[in-house]
Structure formats: structure tokens, C-alpha cells
Design a protein around this ligand. Structure first.
Ligand SMILES: [Zn+2]
Length: 285
């Protein structure tokens, strides 16, 4: 493999001896320092690339496994062949952090909630990171946004249940109608156009015109939002107005009336309802 380095990153050969490569040795120190400050391997790879440092001669690209190789290479401690670059203390601290990151943190947020959680900045899906940190972490799926939020599962659950209780006490928020969204380039419009053309031509059979009318109506029906959501929302409002409370209706509200859970930061979480109403901080702002 011509791609593989024969000498580890951070070193070079000089007159048959392995010596530190000043630029690369500095990069090794920076990689350890960043990692110990909490940067992810991905972030470190990006920083190396941005500085134009090369891991392989033939590519300017860095990836996580290159960073991982650096963090795991015991030669940096120094031995018979290799001069030292990293202190024993920093090297061991990096190994410790790597072990800690590999512990799987069980998620205590239910699938119903995870499904609906979106970024308060850009609206993309928020993904619950599975690697252990001091608190659990959510990351925006949109790479251009990069929103990352630390919030303990318990705190997140409490915030959502508090908002659901607020909603349960304000059933009038469910009174607003669920808006009908017109889709672009829909087939109902194409059929309607064909129907107009056929009528203008004046020579079409009644059978053909009838077929177009029915096809158009069927397409329009398909474009309606799930009408059962409006029906179920009305039912929920009636249940709330008649004084029902508790876990069952809270779960029904979450499943039916809540379109998404918008999280901007740990103190800014809101429920976006199917009818576009907001419950929570964003609504107050
Ligand atoms: Zn985002």
C-alpha cells in the first residue's frame, strides 16, 4: 500500500534516523490538546485540513480515523527509535477520554418524542447522539446549521411534559384549523387544465369529460392534509374541555396534535401544533 505512511505522522527520516518533523510534531501536539479540550475527532480532522497540514503526501484530506491513529500511537511517548512528542500525562488522558466516549448512553427519551424533535433554528431533524457525554446531546441533521444541544434526557422529558400540560390547560389552542397546504406542480392542476382544454375544444365525449372531472376530484382529495388529524384534534379538544387530564390524553396530544418539538437551546423548547400554533418559549417571544 503506497498510500500508507511508512513513518508515523510527526516524524521523518534524516540520515537513517527517525527525527521529529517540526510541522507535523506541532500538529500532533495540537491534536492531543484539542481532543483534551473536548473537540470531536471529526472537528480536529477539519481543523487539520483547514490548516493545510497533510497526513498523506498524496491528499490534503483528513478523516476521523487519521486523528484516531494519531491519538493511539504510543511512539509519541518516545522510545528507542522515536523521540517523544507527547507527555505521558496527556497521552493517558486522551486514552481515558476515548474509553469514556465509547460507553453507550441509553436514551431515556421515548421514540415518539425523538421522532418529532426538530432544530429551532433551521427546522431540520435533531438526532440524539448516542455517545456518552456529561449530559446527552442532540445534533441538527443539517450540516450548514450545526446546532448542538446538551440537555439531560430527564430535563428534556420534563420540559416536554410541562408543555403538554400547558396545552392540556389551553384547549383553545386546538381550535385553530389545520391549514391546507397547496403542493407545487400537483397533478390535480394538470387534470384541471386538461379539462378546461377539453371543454374549449368542444368536441369531447361526455364520458371523457366525466372521467377528467372524477380524476381531478380524486387528486384534490389526495392533496388534502390527513383530514383525520383535524377530526382527532377536535375530539381531543372536546375531551380536554370536558375536564379529562392525565397520561393518556397527554400521549394523544403528543401523537396527534403536536407536529414537531422545536428545540433551540435547553431553555427554549416549544411544541409546534398541526394547526401551526406554538406552545412554549417561542410562542411567548
Ligand atoms: Zn438546525
Amino acid at each position: 500500500m503506497a498510500w500508507q505512511r511508512t513513518i508515523p505522522f510527526g516524524y521523518r527520516m534524516r540520515q537513517g534516523e527517525i527525527v521529529r518533523d517540526p510541522t507535523e510534531a506541532d500538529a500532533v501536539k495540537e491534536i492531543f490538546a484539542r481532543y483534551l479540550q473536548g473537540d470531536s475527532m471529526q472537528r480536529i480532522a477539519e481543523a487539520m485540513e483547514a490548516q493545510g497540514i497533510r497526513y498523506h503526501e498524496r491528499t490534503k484530506c483528513w478523516n476521523k480515523s487519521m486523528v484516531k491513529c494519531v491519538l493511539e500511537n504510543p511512539h509519541y511517548l518516545g522510545d528507542d527509535q522515536y523521540p517523544s512528542i507527547i507527555s505521558e500525562e496527556n497521552f493517558q488522558a486522551a486514552q481515558k477520554r476515548k474509553r469514556a466516549n465509547n460507553i453507550y448512553a441509553p436514551c431515556r427519551v421515548s421514540g415518539d418524542i425523538r421522532e418529532k424533535t426538530v432544530c429551532g433554528h433551521c427546522g431540520a431533524k435533531m438526532i440524539r447522539a448516542i455517545k456518552n457525554r456529561k449530559t446527552s446531546r442532540w445534533e441538527c441533521e443539517n450540516p450548514d446549521c450545526g446546532n448542538s444541544i446538551h440537555i439531560a434526557d430527564e430535563q428534556f422529558n420534563v420540559a416536554i411534559y410541562t408543555l403538554l400540560d400547558t396545552l392540556a390547560h389551553t384547549p383553545e389552542a386546538l381550535a385553530a384549523r389545520i391549514p391546507i397546504q397547496q403542493k407545487q406542480g400537483n397533478s390535480a392542476q394538470r387534470i384541471a387544465n386538461e379539462l378546461t382544454n377539453a371543454l374549449n375544444r368542444g368536441a369531447e365525449s361526455v364520458e371523457y369529460l366525466r372521467t377528467l372531472v372524477f380524476a381531478c376530484a380524486a387528486e384534490r382529495y389526495n392533496e388534502l392534509p390527513d383530514s383525520s388529524i383535524q377530526y382527532k384534534t377536535d375530539k381531543l379538544r372536546q375531551r380536554l374541555e370536558s375536564g379529562e387530564s392525565g397520561e393518556a390524553i397527554r400521549q394523544d396530544l403528543l401523537n396527534t396534535a403536536v407536529r414537531s418539538i422545536r428545540i433551540t437551546d435547553p431553555d427554549n423548547i416549544a411544541l409546534e401544533l398541526a394547526n401551526d400554533q406554538l406552545i412554549g418559549k417561542e410562542a411567548d417571544a
